[in-house]
Structures are given as structure tokens and as C-alpha cells.
Design a binder for this molecule. Structure first.
Ligand code: HEC
Ligand code: HEC
Length: 253
């Protein structure tokens, strides 16, 4: 991924008495917008349209959308998902800032840029870590993981493998990401279970998204955690985003 130099960048629409310095005037801004445009076309345009027109009411328009004035909303929606928008948990702060800057300034929009520092401040997992629980705290029950195992073998194992290692049983099928243990945990480190839940609910099974009940998705997540070696506890994992947002995925206890 191309590194974007942020030194000396003029951000937002800076109001200096008597003068307006418009965002987008500098070469660094142009590079960030270009990276944002490429990411947008690859990951967002299929729902929000190449021109940001969306397909209301299902997919909101981003062009002329005043809610984009709130940068925290964009960063939050990319990080945690919302309704039928999946989260994009693997975007870096750099990529998130490029995307946010792009949608705020593309087409006829003019809401100013967002820096990687802004993104880090808006989406710092350690800011919540003080009160949050971790996946190692016994956050699901044995019975729930056992139900999840059944749901998993019916809806997910076909692609993600009986051992959750991403190797399908049919050797002719393409491999998928693992859903447990070291590689999975490294990928999701610091994200909340709400992000994992929303991502899974909205995008999986890849051939039939949202086909399970919310309770089944949460049961499958409990099974994925138990397969990663996390201990069961006395209470079930709840099937609601606010409760899940309090539990962070950690590689180690
Ligand atoms: C699978 C379809 C889909 C994809 C892909 C998608 N979105 Fe969305 N997006 C939605 C839906 C649906 C909503 C409305 C969510 C809601 O109602 O809570 C939304 C909402 C938003 C919002 C909030 C708009 C508002 O009016 O509050 C922003 C910003 C946004 N998306 C940006 C993006 C960006 C940037 C990408 C690419 C990284 C992207 N979306 C990819 C479906 C999608
Ligand atoms: C038809 C095959 C298929 C099925 C069935 C399927 N998945 Fe997936 N899954 C994929 C593919 C392919 C990816 C990679 C998607 C990408 O990178 O955009 C993926 C990615 C994921 C990820 C993200 C992993 C990561 O670290 O990037 C999770 C979590 C996930 N799937 C969970 C599930 C669950 C839970 C089920 C069952 C409810 C399921 N999947 C069913 C094909 C499938």
C-alpha cells in the first residue's frame, strides 16, 4: 500500500481571518483522494454507485448527503457497520482516511479532508479498552458453542473447513480465510465482537448472506471462539450489537 506523506497537509476548510484555504489544493491531498477513489471503486461503488448516487432507500446516496459532514459517522460506519452496510474491519487508518476524504470531496461534495490521525482519534480501541471485556473472559456458554458448531457445519464448514482453518473439504474449491486461532486472531485483534457479528451477518454465508437468524450468527461466533481455545463461562453471548461492542477480540489473555 502506498504511503501518503501527511506533513504540511492543509486540512478541512481552514478559516483564517480574511482568507479561506480550500482543501484539495496540495499534492498530498491529491494523492489521498486518488487512493480513496480506487478503494471506493473496488469496495463501495457496487452499493453506493460510481457517482455516489446509491440506490435509495436501500443504499443511501453519498453525493449531496449532509450527514457526511460528521467525520465520526463515516469512520464509525466503516469500522462497525450499520444496518445492511457491512463493516470493513481490515482497512488501515490510512485507507480509512483516504476513503473518508474521497466521499467527502468527490462529485459535488465539499466537506473537507480527514487525516489518519483524525481516524486514529475517532476509532481508538484502547479508548474503550478500559471498560471493555475480552474474548478470554468466559463470554459464551458450552451449550451455545455446541449449538454454534451445528449451525457452522450446516452453513459455513463447506467453505471454511471442518477445522475452521479455511481449507474446504472439497480440494477443488478455493480456500477461504481461517475463522479461528492465530491467523484469524491476528487479523481481528482489537476489533469488537459487534464488528465481527455485523460483518458476518451482512456478508456471510458468502453465497447467501443474512440467511441465518441473529441468534444463530452469535452461536457460530461462540463456536469460533471456543475453537480458538477461549474458555466458556456462565452467560451466553448476547445477540445485540451494544452488548457485543463491549467485548474486544484479543490474541492473548
Ligand atoms: C453491501 C452494500 C454496501 C457496501 C459495499 C458499502 N455500503 Fe455504505 N451503506 C450501505 C447501507 C445499506 C447503508 C445504510 C446503513 C443504515 O441504514 O444504517 C450505508 C451507509 C453508509 C454511510 C452512512 C450514510 C448516511 O447517510 O448516514 C456511509 C458514509 C457509507 N455507507 C460509506 C461507505 C463506504 C465508504 C463504503 C466502501 C468502503 C461502503 N459504504 C460500502 C451499504 C453498503
Ligand atoms: C460460499 C463460501 C462461503 C460460505 C458458505 C461462508 N463463507 Fe465466510 N468467507 C468466504 C470468503 C470467500 C471469504 C473472504 C471474503 C473476502 O475476503 O472478501 C470469507 C470471509 C469470512 C470472514 C472474514 C474472515 C477474515 O479474517 O477476513 C468471516 C468472519 C466469515 N467468512 C464467516 C463465515 C461464517 C460464520 C459463515 C457461516 C455462517 C461463512 N463465513 C460462510 C466464503 C464463505
Amino acid at each position: 500500500m502506498r504511503k501518503i506523506v501527511t506533513g504540511g497537509l492543509v486540512l478541512g476548510c481552514v478559516l483564517v481571518p480574511g482568507a479561506v484555504i480550500a482543501w484539495g489544493a496540495q499534492a498530498d491531498d491529491a494523492a489521498r483522494l486518488e487512493q480513496g477513489r480506487q478503494l471506493y471503486e473496488a469496495r463501495c461503488a457496487r452499493c453506493h454507485g460510481a457517482g455516489g448516487e446509491g440506490a435509495p432507500p436501500t443504499f443511501p446516496a453519498l453525493v449531496g448527503n449532509d450527514r457526511l459532514a460528521d467525520a465520526a459517522r463515516i469512520v464509525g460506519v466503516l469500522r462497525e457497520g450499520s444496518g445492511n452496510m457491512p463493516p470493513f474491519p481490515t482497512l488501515t487508518a490510512d485507507e480509512t482516511s483516504s476513503l473518508a476524504s474521497y466521499v467527502r470531496n468527490a462529485w459535488t461534495n465539499d466537506f473537507g479532508g480527514v487525516t489518519p490521525d483524525d481516524v486514529a482519534a475517532l476509532a481508538d480501541p484502547s479508548a474503550q479498552a478500559g471498560t471493555a471485556a475480552s474474548v478470554w473472559d468466559g463470554v459464551f456458554t458450552e451449550a451455545q458453542a455446541a449449538r454454534g458448531r451445528l449451525a457452522y457445519s450446516g452453513a459455513c464448514g463447506f467453505c471454511h473447513g471442518r477445522r475452521l482453518n479455511g481449507a474446504p473439504d472439497d480440494p477443488d474449491m478455493r480456500s477461504t480465510p481461517p475463522l479461528a486461532r492465530a491467523r484469524f486472531l491476528r487479523e481481528w485483534e482489537g476489533r469488537s465482537l459487534a464488528t465481527l457479528f455485523e460483518y458476518t451477518r451482512v456478508t456471510m454465508p458468502e453465497d447467501n448472506p443474512t440467511s441465518l437468524t441473529e441468534a444463530e450468527y452469535v452461536d457460530v461466533i461462540a463456536y469460533m471462539l471456543s475453537a480458538s481455545g477461549m474458555p466458556a463461562g456462565a452467560n451466553e453471548l448476547p445477540a445485540d450489537s451494544p452488548g457485543l461492542a463491549q467485548i474486544l477480540i484479543r490474541q492473548r489473555q
